[in-house]
Design a protein around this ligand. Structure first.
Ligand SMILES: [Fe+2]
Length: 385
């Protein structure tokens, strides 16, 4: 019998989990530096009153801070350069990111490229290499989705080349992650639904990935057990803290698993599809998952069946697929109008197929996807041209 598969599991040095734990952000940040750039999104953190709590905690701990606000969903690479300019204004020693996956990804890239001199696009396109150590990062998610608080990559969009891709590297791993489920209570139902579907898809993809090991399996399966019964409740009743806690811990554990074992074909397809129709990442993942599970059945049915049993939705792989479809419909997944309004062109189909085949996620899918498979699945999901 072959030995256990080797693996590398990148992790933040400190992971703080619990409702109300955002109040520890001062102490956690101070341990890493006395001047912080605080990266946030487009206003919901302020409206919910969390920004004031964060600023007070930082001040109390003796951390000087400057807020860099306005990072949008699915951000362009240029946001990183704007943040790097803001860094210089305070001579920051640490970058704090508080927001959804997009905010955390921008914060991580700002920190990782803090001491580099080329525009962020040069690193994103692979034309320049990171040679200097970045700044430490504190990451606090306000959505339960990507797990960006515990992963060493940053997904950014190159608008000119129409490429949504990851920057990767050790300096993108947060030094500290603070996962406070209370921060997600203000997350609206649609964002809760799509980010939650992303988290569940990530756990499912990681569980059957070619990079999976007993270590990542334990994280991914427990993440699924936590999230499966909670997502519907979190969407319907955002103030239900138990559901929010299950989603927050599940998405973080799923992130730890994927940072070690990687993802699969859903994530290979999701980036170019999301870019072409400007759709939220989690929505696209939810839309693609059933077709990818059906494609993977010949090689992954055993593990899908184990997942179905673990979360109590059946005994075989088909029941897991049926459960996922029902869950996605329950939380509002429907065919996006954007696709019917702008049918796929031949050029777009080619771009999506090429980017999907080149993706590291696709390479970790348990069943090898050839060009014809990707094209067929794409046509099945977004409709034939
Ligand atoms: Fe994802």
């Amino acid at each position: 019998m072959a030995g256990l598969p080797p693996f590398v599991s990148p992790l933040p040095a400190t992971l703080v989990f619990g409702s109300g734990k955002i109040r520890e952000i001062g102490k956690v940040t101070k341990a890493l530096g006395g001047r912080a750039l605080v990266v946030i999104g487009t206003g919901s953190l302020e409206k919910a009153g969390h920004l004031a709590v964060v600023e007070a905690a930082l001040k109390e701990a003796g951390v000087e801070c400057r807020v860099f606000a306005g990072v949008p969903a699915e951000p362009a690479v240029e946001w990183v350069d704007r943040g790097r300019e803001a860094l210089a204004l305070i001579d920051a020693e640490v970058v704090v990111g508080i927001g959804g996956g997009s905010v955390l990804d921008v914060a991580k890239a700002i920190a990782a490229l803090a001491r580099e001199d080329q525009p962020a696009l040069a690193y994103h396109r692979g034309e320049a290499k990171v040679t200097q150590r970045g700044l430490p990062i504190v990451a606090a998610p306000t959505t339960s989705g990507t797990g960006a608080e515990v992963t060493p990559n940053s997904v950014l969009t190159d608008a000119e080349l129409h490429v949504k891709a990851s920057l990767r590297g050790g300096d993108l791993m947060p030094a500290a992650a603070i996962v406070d489920p209370e921060l997600t209570v203000a997350c609206p139902p649609d964002v809760t639904a799509y980010s939650g579907l992303d988290a569940i898809v990530q756990a499912l993809e990681t569980y059957v990935s070619r990079g999976a090991s007993p270590y990542s399996d334990a994280l991914a399966l427990r993440a699924l057990e936590l999230m499966a019964p909670a997502l519907g409740t979190a969407v319907r009743d955002g103030a239900n803290l138990e559901a929010r806690e299950r989603m927050a811990l599940g998405s973080t554990m799923g992130g730890m698993a994927l940072a070690c074992a990687r993802l699969g074909l859903v994530h290979g397809l999701a980036h170019p599809i999301g870019h072409v129709w400007a759709l939220p990442h989690g929505f696209v993942c939810g839309m693609l998952m059933p077709a990818v599970m059906e494609f993977n059945l010949p090689v992954a049915a055993g593990k899908y069946a184990a997942a179905a049993k673990a979360i109590g939705v059946g005994d075989d792989a088909e029941e897991l697929v049926a459960w996922f479809k029902a869950l996605a419909a329950e939380v509002g997944m429907k065919r996006p109008a954007a696709i019917d309004a702008k049918p796929m062109t031949a050029e777009e189909e080619q771009l999506i197929v090429e980017q999907t085949l080149a993706s590291g996620s696709t390479k970790h899918n348990p069943r090898t996807a050839e060009e014809g498979d990707v094209r067929a699945m794409l046509r099945e999901v977004v409709g034939a041209r």
